[in-house]
Design a protein around this ligand. Structure first.
Ligand SMILES: Cc1cc2nc3c(=O)[nH]c(=O)nc-3n(C[C@H](O)[C@H](O)[C@H](O)COP(=O)(O)O)c2cc1C
Length: 183
């Protein structure tokens, strides 16, 4: 069975992006093995502590090395990549060996797909920035800028969100597209 690593860009316990990840989990049930990596699983990147990599970074890299693909679910913070997610991606962008001329990482050539839910912008800005960053990291994007969704006002007001049928269908479609790319 294919292995897919899920990364949620929000650290919030009741994250709406976490709800998207749950939908994707359901869509992939019985078709792929899912493992979550939390955006705060690694320390702040500091070039003074890069080599050897901290244990937490080595652990995350090993999980990703064994995976067939990554799926990122992220809100946008001020039209940008949330800090925790950006920090995790910065670690993944760094070479495994100091001064390696090939700049090999565990994510080079790795398939990745992205989606996000947020305000009216449907996370378009963060997804565009992720496309730039992941492309620079030599990852292989599946589904381009991915899928974005806008929360209804009630979600902001109450903190609760029941994903609409279109959202469920879109995530199912994205899951199918990812599996097809891995086949
Ligand atoms: C620091 C910060 C900046 C935000 N900036 C944006 C933004 O640029 N665009 C947007 O649609 N929502 C923005 N939001 C609102 C988030 O979309 C909203 O809080 C969302 O629920 C966060 O995702 P989560 O539920 O997965 O934690 C921002 C929220 C925070 C905390």
């Amino acid at each position: 069975m294919k292995k897919i690593v899920f990364i949620v860009g929000s650290l919030r316990e009741k994250s709406f992006n976490g709800s998207l990840a749950k939908l994707a989990e359901t869509a992939l049930q019985g078709k792929a093995e899912i493992e979550y990596i939390k955006a705060d699983a690694v320390p702040f990147l500091n070039q003074d502590i890069e080599f050897p990599a901290p244990e937490s970074v080595a652990r995350v890299r090993n999980i990703i090395k064994e995976a067939d693909a990554l799926w990122i679910f992220s809100p946008e913070y001020n039209y940008n990549i949330p800090g925790g997610l950006k920090n995790l991606l910065d670690w993944l962008s760094r070479p495994l060996i100091a001064n390696d001329p090939e700049r090999m990482t565990v994510v080079v050539g790795k398939r990745v797909t992205i989606c996000g839910v947020g305000g009216k912008n449907e996370t378009a800005s963060v997804r565009a920035r992720l496309v730039d960053m992941l492309t620079f990291m030599r990852m292989e994007l599946v589904g381009g800028a991915g899928k974005g969704f806008a929360l209804p006002p009630s979600a902001f007001a109450t903190g609760a969100w029941e994903p609409e049928q279109e959202v469920v269908a879109a995530i199912e479609e994205q899951a199918a597209e990812l599996l097809q790319a891995l086949a």
